[in-house]
Ligand binder design. Structure first.
Ligand code: NAD
Length: 451
């Protein structure tokens, strides 16, 4: 089937490559000409496991093309997917300008039936806006072309995106048209063969489902971070508590890890956008406001511990930082907790020497010209001669380091672990002072009142 995708970012590229792999002919469009040139040259601009090989295979087979040519794209697809960014506007609401620009482009060039699919995360009512914008644009040129608009939120996780798309937990379709629903079923059939995972509902419920999912996950994280801070104050170990509650199947083990707060391109902006939508609809969302506040505070917790350990004297110190990406397996640093920590450390006069297995280029782009920031080639180079080591992302390669080497190479043998990667007793046996998140009064853990 012929598919056109607007937006060649994390969602657009993964969707395009996976749909092409199922035999569809996919044209990916982006306004970023440099990105399209790189893609045409076989370069994949983001780090996503498995994506490069998938793109190469399907591009070589002629099933996956990249272009900036909107006219060609609109002429191509029976399916027109909108996967452009919906960044937060100044008031926190989702900025729909890119989505509506695409709607106008499709309306301007459409000459036969298509189904327009909003895959971007968009507030309730957006499909109506897309429909209205297309209707207006078609009318302005006196064209009468049938089309449907459906909502099809994307649930893929960065770092596991290809696998998530190929083997989805569910595919949510919001549709008011039997014809469009049938076409959506056909599009997803190759990915849900083992049993039907298509959940069809009305458009508004589908739009809200995406926000509900992300808000729930963000809530779990903030809840655990709140509990971690309580555990620290009352002398309990949050890691024991985590296991104690996760064993209840009603709670479960996933997404209840305490840490340095959630980041990335989705949770922060989606929680904000949902708060904004609730306000606009005349509802005060109390839980969501707290989720956001707890998260903002949590992003500063590691800095608080560092500051306290060094009695507020950070000027001139070098802090090694392991992990820059907002989570492992991606190079995405949007809203990453590492950025809050770097900013606070640099502002306090410290030098940050950071290492990340894949986000180096992104960090170079973001911190170009920032005097207090430098990148190391590997984890031990970052630690060599540093006054402390802070761990922000739980990359696999950080999970079992050579503690002896660390103790010898750090100028002060102290670790601030924002991901609770280690057994505190073991770390202390290697002669390292160890601070973690929410692990109060455990042997091996340095006292850290007031964090
Ligand atoms: N990244 C994720 O993990 C994820 C997961 C689920 C849903 N989403 C949602 O999907 C949407 C896209 O997210 P992303 O992370 O892929 O964003 P992204 O920033 O990586 O990519 C968006 C792309 O759209 C392009 N673009 C902007 N305007 C355009 C236009 N008029 N025509 C064509 N291309 C245009 C940009 O140049 C950019 O390359 C967002 O709404 C996001 O909330 C993201």
């Amino acid at each position: 089937m012929r598919v056109t995708i607007f937006g060649s970012g994390y969602v657009g590229l993964v969707t395009g490559a996976c749909l092409a792999d199922a035999g569809n002919h996919v044209v990916c469009i982006d306004v970023d000409a440099a990105k399209i040139e790189r893609l045409k040259a076989g370069e994949v601009p983001i780090h996503e496991p498995g994506l490069e090989a998938l793109i190469r295979r399907n591009a070589e087979a002629g099933r996956l093309e990249f272009t900036t040519d909107v006219v060609r794209g609109v002429a191509h697809g029976l399916y027109q997917l909108i996967a452009v960014g919906t960044p937060p506007g100044e008031d926190g609401s989702a900025d729909l300008s890119h989505v509506l620009t695409v709607a106008r482009s499709i309306g301007t060039h459409l000459s036969r039936y298509c189904v327009v699919i909003t895959k971007s995360t968009v507030p309730v009512g957006t499909a109506d806006k897309v429909y209205a914008e297309m209707t207006r644009t078609l009318a302005a040129r006196g064209a009468e072309v049938e089309f449907d608009v459906v909502s099809n939120p994307e649930f893929l996780k960065e770092g596991a995106a290809v696998n998530d798309f190929m083997r989805p937990d569910r595919v949510v379709i919001g549709s008011g048209s039997a014809r469009a629903t049938e076409l959506m079923r056909a599009l997803y059939e190759p990915f849900i063969r083992n049993h039907d995972r298509l959940i069809v509902m009305d458009i508004r419920s589908s739009e809200l489902t995406k926000y509900a999912a992300n808000a729930m996950l963000a809530t779990k994280i903030s809840f655990m971070n709140e509990l971690a801070n309580i555990a620290e104050k009352v002398g309990a170990d949050i890691e024991k508590v985590r296991i104690g509650i996760g064993s209840d199947p009603r709670i479960g083990y996933s997404f209840i890890y305490p840490g340095t707060g959630y980041g990335g391109s989705c949770f922060p902006k989606d929680v904000q956008a949902l708060i904004r939508s609730a306000h606009d609809a005349g509802h005060e969302p109390q839980i969501l406001g707290a989720v956001e506040e707890v998260n903002a505070r949590q992003k500063t917790v590691l800095f608080g511990k560092i500051q306290q350990h060094f009695k507020g004297q950070l000027r001139g110190l070098t802090i090694a930082l392991w992990g820059l990406a907002f989570k492992p397996q991606t190079d995405d640093m949007r809203e990453a907790p590492s950025r809050t920590l770097i900013d606070l450390l640099v502002k306090a006069g410290a030098q940050v020497r950071a290492y990340d297995p894949v986000a180096g280029n992104e960090a170079r782009r973001l911190y170009q010209g920032v005097a207090g920031f430098e990148l190391a080639k590997n984890a031990y180079e970052a630690a060599a001669g540093a006054d402390a080591l802070a761990i922000v992302t739980e990359w696999q390669e950080f999970r079992s380091p050579d503690f002896e080497r660390l103790r010898e190479s750090l100028r002060t043998a102290v670790i601030f672990d924002g991901r609770n990667l280690y057994d505190p007793n073991m770390v202390s046996r290697f002669g390292l002072t160890y601070y973690a998140i929410g692990r109060g009064r455990q042997p091996g853990i340095a006292a850290n009142e007031g964090s």
